[in-house]
Design a protein around this ligand. Structure first.
Ligand code: SAH
Length: 459
């Protein structure tokens, strides 16, 4: 992973003084997770570009961890993540702190800079990049990459090459990168320490309290909830005259999150109950995600063969970790298979099962691919029982924090009303020789119904 910083203010080579790195030399630094190299790709009076290249040692990542294939297969060596932040702090420490022994007067100057990151994982994609960097005065451009070039229909990945341009002090640019690179990322931090809150507040001084996305930043930077609460409380004190009101807002936000969690549990519980009652022995979990349903299925002896399938490698890795696959006794282990595959392609491995669960998956499929999915499931895999759940769009008005007309998740391609889902499901049942009945999941409102809708297909 590579970070470059370009200055175009003559004499642009002053960048070398600001970074404390001589443009004429290549320098390497030993970090405890690998190596960092600093070099300049151009160094003229008009234009000077410094590059920080990280070479993360994958063996280090494995050492001291346990379980899961995640530790062997991951993107860490290739992307800018919290490792980049650690490297920034160690290699450009004085520049980050706004110090220059040789040219202290340069430090105060706001100059046009361009920073480029290749590549960063960004959960939430380009809109998140804009929401994070634009309020700080950056012009953001992002180049996205497809998940798999040979399968364009899988859509775009969460990886981007990002260019940020602004007229700013170099120390501010480095500070923003230091805090926001880990915020873009989905992964936990390389560092995990109780001084995280202090670190965020220190580096956030002067800009974080007034950043419109400060909550998102704190949440993603700190990850653990009690730390987030502590940080927000302090940030709010800086500029919020009514801390009680915001305490209340936080409590409400948490309640909403908790409600969502328990909704997920209710949904899985209902799916499990339907599968159990059907007497199914061999079951599919299609679009199994991180394997929460698989975990429940494994705990039930009645299910002798369980198959989880997902298009996302990352999800399968997380499932394998959640289920402690490597440490399961052979008898248990043999009941479960994880398959990598797309539900929009005919797949012989899925044929001949008693039942299939497709939980909160169809709304992730492009409408154009829905036809293919229907045939893959009902015509080719053709299980005796199919359970499909999807959000009920009518219920969205009850989620206080969801602006009208918005979908619940950025990756949802559509959300159906009850009538829309039932029309689709009844049509497919008729077409493929199934009958379907519908069940609400979650608290049912007399007008808008329940948050989740479920169709149970039998033949
Ligand atoms: N069933 C899980 C996950 C739901 S999220 C649960 O309820 O927790 C939707 C899942 O569908 C994601 O894991 C996503 O990777 C997967 N998915 C999306 N499109 C897919 C496709 N075409 N084929 C297989 N899985 C897909």
């Amino acid at each position: 992973m590579l970070l470059t910083i370009t200055s175009t203010t003559p004499p642009a080579t002053d960048l070398g003084y600001l970074l404390h790195k001589n443009p004429a030399r290549v320098q390497s630094f030993e970090l405890n997770f690998g190596k960092a190299h600093v070099f300049y790709t151009e160094a003229t009076s008009e234009r000077c570009t410094a590059a920080l290249l990280l070479d993360v040692d994958p063996v280090h990542l494995v050492r001291g961890q346990r379980g899961g294939m995640d530790q062997y297969v991951n993107d860490r060596p290739y992307v800018a993540s919290s490792f980049m932040s650690v490297a920034l702090a160690q290699v450009f420490g004085s520049a980050l702190a706004g110090q220059s022994q040789e040219r202290p007067e340069l430090v105060q100057l706001a100059l046009p800079y361009q920073a480029k990151l290749a590549v960063v994982p960004c959960r939430g994609g380009e809109p998140i990049l804009q929401r994070l960097f634009e309020p700080l005065g950056y012009t953001v451009t992002a180049q996205a990459y497809p998940l798999d070039e040979t399968h364009p229909e899988w859509g775009m990945s969460d990886y981007f090459t990002v260019t940020l341009s602004a007229t700013t002090r170099l120390s501010e640019l480095l500070t923003h990168l230091y805090v926001l690179i880990p915020v873009l990322d989905t992964e936990k931090h390389y560092w995990v320490g109780d001084d995280e809150v202090a670190k965020l507040l220190r580096h956030g001084e002067g800009w974080l309290a007034s950043h419109p996305e400060r909550e998102l930043i704190a949440r993603r930077y700190l990850k653990r909830r009690h730390l987030v609460r502590a940080a927000l409380a302090q940030l709010v004190e800086e500029d919020d005259p009514d801390p009680d009101a915001s305490e209340e807002a936080h409590a409400q936000e948490e309640a909403e999150i908790e409600q969502r969690l328990s909704l997920h549990e209710q949904r899985l519980g209902t799916v499990l109950a339907v599968l159990k009652n059907s007497g199914a022995r061999r079951v599919l979990d299609l679009g199994c995600g991180e394997g929460r349903l698989l975990q429940l299925l494994l705990a039930e002896r009645a299910f002798m063969e369980i198959v989880g399938m997902d298009v996302s490698h990352r999800a399968l890795e997380m499932a394998s970790e959640r289920l402690h696959l490597e440490h399961l006794p052979a008898l248990q282990r043999d009941r479960l298979q994880l398959l990598h595959g797309a539900l929009t392609y005919r797949d012989r491995r899925l044929a001949g099962y008693d039942a299939a669960a497709v939980v909160e998956v169809i709304e992730h499929l492009d409408a154009a691919r829905l036809r293919a999915f229907e045939r893959v499931l009902f015509e080719f895999a053709r299980p005796g029982l199919v359970v499909i759940t999807t959000p009920n769009a009518e219920y969205n008005v009850k989620f206080g924090s969801l602006p009208a007309g918005h979908l619940r998740h950025k990756d949802h391609r559509f959300e159906w009303t009850r009538a829309e889902f039932q029309t689709w499901a009844t049509g497919r049942a008729g077409q493929f020789g199934y009958t379907v009945r519908f069940l609400p999941v979650g608290p049912e409102d007399p007008v808008v119904g329940a948050p989740t809708q479920m169709g149970v297909f039998t033949r």
